[in-house]
Design a protein around this ligand. Sequence first.
Ligand code: GDP
Ligand code: MG
Length: 178
Amino acid sequence: GYDEEQECDYLFKTVMIGDSAVGKSNLLSRFSRNEFRVDSKPTIGVEFAYRDVRVGDKLIKAQIWDTAGQERFRAITSSYYRGALGALVVYDISRRATFDNVEKWLDELRGFSSADMVIVLVGNKCDVGRQLREVSEEEARSLAEAEDLSFVETSARDNLNVDSAFLEMIAKIHLRNT
Ligand code: GDP
Ligand code: MG
């Protein structure tokens, strides 16, 4: 039908960053294909995925880049960031070190991209029990406020807030760039 054939009004490049094993690839597969994997396959990442999103009367093609494990060696190259209008900076709420590294990811991101890039801080694995949580929502929210980021906790496993995280980023990109 015509809907499938409809052409997009905009193409937005966006990127996923954050420490290894925080759930970046699973967030992306949830958002783009509604899939989740229990086994981690860090080196077999796709380069990017697409999803079409309607914002008002515009059809936006979101192109979302994922690392193929380079984050493990801090070896993400400038071409990964080039032209990106938005980023999800992901940490794992059950691994404190991944939150402590968020500042480093923000520095790298800001070094490579334009100042008006839309950044969403994402605390993934919010499905884990209270006893496994190592980062409180309040603490992450105050970092997000200080750094002028949006913030959301997600579970790729249970499909909680995954769409909201991506859609928040895409809607803000639309506001800033059109
Ligand atoms: P990446 O290295 O950041 O791309 O992380 P992956 O998407 O490969 O996920 C790393 C591991 O965390 C895998 O074993 C996933 O099954 C697991 N994982 C990812 N998202 C979640 C989540 O929301 N909840 C839980 N409990 N585990 C998750
Ligand atoms: Mg991955």
